[in-house]
Design a protein around this ligand. Sequence first.
Ligand code: ADP
Ligand code: ADP
Ligand code: MG
Length: 665
Amino acid sequence: MFGKILIANRGEIAVRVIKTCRRMGIKTVVVYSDADAGSKAVEMADEAVHIGGSPAAESYLVMDKIIDAVKQTGAEAVHPGFGFLSENPAFAKRLEDENIAFIGPNVNAIEAMGDKISSKKLAAEAGVSTVPGHMGLITDTAEAIQVSRDIGYPIMIKASAGGGGKGIRIAYNDQDVEEGFQAVKAEAAASFGDDRIFIEKFILQPRHIEIQVMGDKHGNCVYLFERECSIQRRNQKVLEEAPSPLLDEATRNKMGEQAVALAKAVQYDSAGTVEFVASGENKSFYFLEMNTRLQVEHPVTEMITGVDLVEQMLRSAAGEKLTIDQAGLKINGWAIESRVYAEDPYRNFLPSIGRLKRFSPPKEGELEGGTVRIDSGVREGDEISMFYDPMIAKLVTHGKDRDEALDTQAKALDRFYIDGIRDNIPFCAAVMDDSRFRSGNITTAYIKEEFPNGFSGTVATAEQELLLISVVAYIHSLQRARAALISDRIVADIAPRTDWVVVLGSDYHPVHIEINDGVASLTVDGTSHELKTSWQPGQHLVEGVLDGQPFAVKFEDRTEGYMMRHRGVSLRVLVCREEVAELHRRLPEKEKPDLSKLIISPMPGLVVSVDVEVGQEVQEGEAVCIVEAMKMQNTIRAEAVGRVKAINVEGGESVAADQIMVEFE
Ligand code: ADP
Ligand code: ADP
Ligand code: MG
């Protein structure tokens, strides 16, 4: 086994690899860019080498710098993580030439699978079921239309070099192909420098189901069952689970055997993933592509199989035999992962950048029967920059069955507190509580279908309202009691009291509360309840038991009232004396400031384009400009109809958060 390896990556995956190396007694080196100096991975590694500027093109993507770092530190092998150079055959080849082990598959396997059309041909030859379609490349629109008609609509136009959801388009008729063919070709040329296109049938009720494979250099290869990743937004996976609610034993084994057949066809000798699209209609499944690296969502597989995939990768790369065999692999329970993204679900999932004022994940280990695992590359106080992927943590939970895994996930999300930036935790929690998701009847269109107008939080159920009212009454009473102790001027407003009115939206709830040593007796809207908690002022998470039911609620103080969060619910709540409540009842709703006349950059980034001109009339919802941050192009839209008065930025320019980009008359 290696004595020292280098990790050519950053963030949570670098931390993840370090953890296994520590357990195996292997020393680690990480490389880091300017933005990552002092990161959690740098702190945890035995050695760290600075390799350049924050943009990946100046650091994590520069092969020479990584190879220099290997030589400088005497590392024997390189783990590439995912993204960056992980699927770059030229990088694997360079390492081979330099006699440095690559903790990934052989160069030929990466090359063979790097291209969708050639890998599809290879798969078909290996007896793997492929999407019906045309196996050749298509050069012009007329041919594309002919091929599409032959296949039968709907069809998918795909870039052979595509990846990360780019270079893909569905077409339902000739006209869609007419428009889509050139668009995909242009996008492929721009993104991958390769505009080869093919066309295949669009599988109805598509579900993304992938098989984890693991091979060694001795001809052994096993499958570690499937993961379902159908919950995607703009082709980005958000939630992943294992096993899949769709598969039965027979289908699972068939997919696994086909995945292994394909892997063996290229002497696959590391961890890899064979992606399939399966039809929810009839469980038929078809090969999509093979990812020749560790996958972001590998922890769900580890949770149900008990196998450490990074350990197996290290062993294979060192020439050892797999320590697992097919007969010994069993599925134990169910696991689900939420990708926690730095983004604002309430504002169309715009990337969110800034300092993590608070970052407090739930405890790892047991949670009410289930199990929690956190894979994260950040700490409280860290800066989330615009340079990299917006994923800051993965929250993985395991249970004896799907319901328990999902229940545990929901409870763990309730206990994950982040402040300083926005996060998608309320969105993930809303999905956990959604009846369609719970039923397992999902497809890749789930988010689009269930949240057609974006996410605006879920509506609190009567039980959730009672919980929020009880909790807010508790914290408010205790905070006031503390304030009264500290202040010797007991003014009416801060005097300890037992009767309050909790204002939720336009509803007024009278509450009577008496607290004794962490136990509160409450009367809410005339009914009695008991709340127990060890919460102390200063904490932002309230954990406790209400009428025998365990709960966790997050809250923040606001100038007026509190922001309360639980599952997908986010509510502004006011607690006041009856006299003050009476005043509020009479007060008209405060007007929001009118920002519709300005287009403000929601984050620091790079202006890709401004799509309007001075004097132009713009409709509500129309695209005004595109700002790129965290690898994503974000379309900024007009909030109201208006005529453009001034444009303050141009394409190629950097913008700061809250900078005024366009003004309307
Ligand atoms: P999957 O692994 O399931 O295919 P993705 O395609 O989203 O999911 O994962 C690969 C992507 O992960 C890369 O394209 C890259 O943007 C992103 N990535 C690379 N390094 C990291 C990292 N350290 N932390 C989080 N994301 C990363
Ligand atoms: P990428 O390299 O961007 O990951 P994939 O070929 O894996 O591209 O496709 C991305 C997603 O598009 C898949 O997860 C799947 O949901 C969907 N998809 C791809 N091909 C088809 C198809 N033929 N029919 C239906 N959905 C498809
Ligand atoms: Mg894919």
